[in-house]
Design a protein around this ligand. Sequence first.
Ligand SMILES: Nc1ncnc2c1ncn2[C@@H]1O[C@H](COP(=O)(O)OP(=O)(O)OP(=O)(O)O)[C@@H](O)[C@H]1O
Length: 647
Amino acid sequence: MDNIQVFMRIRPLSEDEYRRDRSSESAVRMLSENTVCIPSQRSETFTFDHIGDENCTQQNVFEAVGKRAVDQCIQGYNGTIFAYGQTGSGKTFTMQGARDEFTGPDDELRGLIPRCFEYLFTRIAEEEARTLGRVKYLCKASYIEIYNETIYDLLDPLTRTCAMREDIKRGVFIDNVTEETVQDPNEAYDVFVRGTTNRHVSATSMNRESSRSHSVLMLVIQSLTQMDSGLTEIRESKFSLVDLAGSERQKLANTSGLRLKEAANINKSLSTLGNVINSLVDIGNGKSRHVNYRDSKLTFLLRDSLGGNSVTFIIANVSPALCNDMETTSTLRFAQRAKMIRNKAVVNQDMQGNVPQLQAEIQRLKSQIAHLKNGNPVAGSRTPPTADSVMSGDTAALTSNGNQEHRTTQFLLILAMRKLRESERQKARYAEIIFELKDSLDRRKRQLQQQKLVLKLKNAEIAALRRNASIGYVTSAENAALREEITALQSILSSQPDSSDLLIENLQLRDELEYHLDNQSSLSDLPGRSEAIVALESLITTKAHTVDLQSSFPIIPDDNVYVGLEDKIKQAKHEINDLELQRDKLEFQLNSIEEDWQCVNDGAHKLAEANNDQETNDIIEKTMDSIVGDQARDTWSTISSLYTRSY
Ligand SMILES: Nc1ncnc2c1ncn2[C@@H]1O[C@H](COP(=O)(O)OP(=O)(O)OP(=O)(O)O)[C@@H](O)[C@H]1O
């Protein structure tokens, strides 16, 4: 489990800001290498993993963030880099380089994206050379934009819209998005330039600014390792480079139509991001919270990057200008919270091979296990993997040992565990069936007894009636009705299944259960595996008894278990969705109100410290600009009128 890493970057003061502030003083004060505060915003301090001041170069950011992310992706981990900050704070400069100028490979100002491409393909060439071509890499790029809660494919010349889907195998993915294979940094950069150009063309034709949309450049990096046994190990990682929309809240007042919808969607998507982060932080603190990833396209698409299977970096871009101190503070508050999120990155890997290859591998492993049991080291093996590294899927240690044997062992452990899980589920299911049958048997027995009793009473009644009939008390019609009743009761009795049938069924099921229990450790679909699995089980018990297997391996769903439950689940999901929607609306309103009152509060503090009319007016104007709700605006007008009158 690793926390999200945060790099704070302060860009140089722009000329406009200098003119506005009439000062070159920075709003951000460095307290130490990793800690800053915003003196104008009281004594709050912020600590991050790295802080780059105005002199921080593109290479510095690449070394601290891009290089590390690429190194992880090459090993098979998912990686994400988010650029966050208010409009104009330097997100695009950090990600791509100087805006709109697609800088060449030697340009000092080129951003993270071109640098990551160069480094990625250098590393790929190194790996392929080091392994003498046994490892082959394949990279595919896609590039999308999320605007107004719609996904646009930027590699499609018409920037068509796409839908997001989710399935067990692939997780969340974008359906039908263009994916282009890229073989070197130039090809990758061409794809990026093409996508960015399409983004600008479509933004112009739709009359909108790119700072109002999020862009996500995604690289899928696949490595295929040919092993001596003929098996192929496949690793696949996703590298996402995300340039977020400006983080400042969009004003809803005096806005209508498309602009209102746009503003509301930007607020929604950023506040959902904030809510997701808050929920994850709460979960990290031991609270039980639902994480609303589905509430915005951005959070749903990047679910793994936030609290999931990814090594994630956030670059918090800020302006040093005094006039932006409030936005800077809000960016730093966001980043500080995000830094508390813990992700759980694992290598995404699988094995491919045919049955004879797998059998041969098992035979070889069996003899190795036997060899190891006798206390002999395995030829060619170096340090064995720790139980933790095997069970958590962390094969970095394994790879660094260059030890293929252990990787294969790991693969077989996974298979063995899945098989064991399956038979455990079967076992539980049969136990349930037996319980239900016993219960139904008992019920039937009770019914039978009751009906026997009724029959006995009726017989007694009939006998009495017969006796009376002989002395003429019963009419023939009454007699006929009673006879009918007796026949009906007798037929009910005979239609009851004999309890012995149920017992036989019960016994059959017990036999079946025992059979499954006896065979639970055999991998019947691949002959010859049972001994390997037994050996592996003992390996698991001796080496990995402390590891939480349940969370280390995905459980294969058993369709039968869910039969009949689907409708109920669907209905419950609808209800949950409705409730979540209501809750989120309220949460959104609450957040907005809270932020407004925070603005009013901060503004009031600043007004109290203002030295002259000009400062007072600046504070009043800036604070009014930041407030969204009418009530807070009214309150602010009242507060500020007190101050303007006092001068
Ligand atoms: N570290 C930096 N050094 C020099 N100039 C910078 C730096 N960061 C940003 N700039 C300049 O500041 C301006 C705004 O930066 P940029 O366009 O990257 O902001 P942004 O956060 O991406 O804005 P938007 O949300 O509108 O996309 C640009 O002219 C950019 O060249």
